[in-house]
Design a protein around this ligand. Structure first.
Ligand code: BTN
Length: 259
């Protein structure tokens, strides 16, 4: 069980997870519940966790496999004083936080795949879905949803080749509460760093953890495909790709295949 009491045991944060943890046995989507709470004024640092999701949402309208008691399905409410344009930075920050938490708890070779998947051995261990409400230049709230496959022994056929879990990678079950605690710890630390020093230090960490720069890739967008070398990731998370004709492309979203 992922009871708030268990999550809080030994948690050393000031805000994140200390005040409000909404624990559910079952929900359609923790992101949807977190958005409802955010609209009603829930403070920054509020966390929604569920043992199971019946309509777990992934990026691009995909669904997120959310079997009971096996994974982490968690949504955090943030109220950063940035413009909506800069919201992708929060998703990148989250990827850094997830990678750091996993690297400090396990021996797994965790990497970040642009824009924000967490991979181990080329398979997806965790995904992030950020949802935002704001005006032209202010954010009312951001809900950051994390799906992390912890003790899943096997996946459905359609995702078996692409997905993995800590259990599959290590052969042993891992306590989910420990991961959430570590996640909240690194989140508070790096979110604080972001608010105090801007995005520069986070972007540097992201680049180090992603190891994508200099790599040959194919990017599949819905309407086009490019291949070439990754030159850089800019401060808005845009991927800068130099194709084989030397032409530069700025890619905002797409699926990356490393070649
Ligand atoms: C992705 O497609 O990579 C993003 C997956 C995000 C899944 C998490 S699980 C908790 C939260 N609630 C949801 O409905 N989705 C996110």
């Amino acid at each position: 069980m992922l009871l708030p009491k268990e999550i809080r045991e030994g948690l050393s944060t000031k805000l994140f997870g200390m005040k409000d943890i909404h624990y559910l046995n079952e929900i359609d989507s923790t992101n949807t519940r977190a958005k409802e709470l955010a609209v009603k004024g829930a403070p920054e640092g509020t966390l929604v966790v569920s043992e199971k999701q019946t309509k777990g949402k992934g990026r691009k309208g995909r669904s997120w496999f959310s079997p009971p008691h096996e994974g982490i399905y968690a949504s955090l409410i943030l109220r950063p004083t940035i413009s909506p344009r800069e919201a992708p930075r929060i998703t990148m920050l989250t990827a850094v936080v997830v990678a750091k938490a996993l690297l400090s708890l396990t021996q797994l070779k965790v990497t970040i795949k642009w824009p924000n998947d967490i991979l181990v051995n080329g398979k997806k261990l965790a995904g992030i879905l950020t949802e935002i409400r704001g005006e032209t230049d202010t954010i009312d709230y951001i809900v950051v949803g994390l799906g992390l496959n912890v003790n899943t022994p096997r996946f459905p056929d359609d995702i078996r080749d692409k997905a993995t879990s800590i259990f599959i990678e290590t052969g042993s079950p891992f306590p989910r509460a420990r991961i959430i605690r570590e996640y909240l710890y690194w989140y508070e630390k790096y979110y604080g760093l972001f608010n105090a020093n801007g995005f520069g230090p986070i972007l540097r960490l992201w680049k180090r953890l992603s190891r994508i720069i200099g790599h040959q890739i194919i990017v599949d967008m819905t309407d086009a495909k490019y291949s070439g070398e990754v030159e850089d990731i800019d401060e808005n998370g845009v991927l800068i790709l130099k194709d084989h004709n030397g032409e530069t492309h700025r890619i905002i979203s797409g699926d990356v295949i490393l070649i």
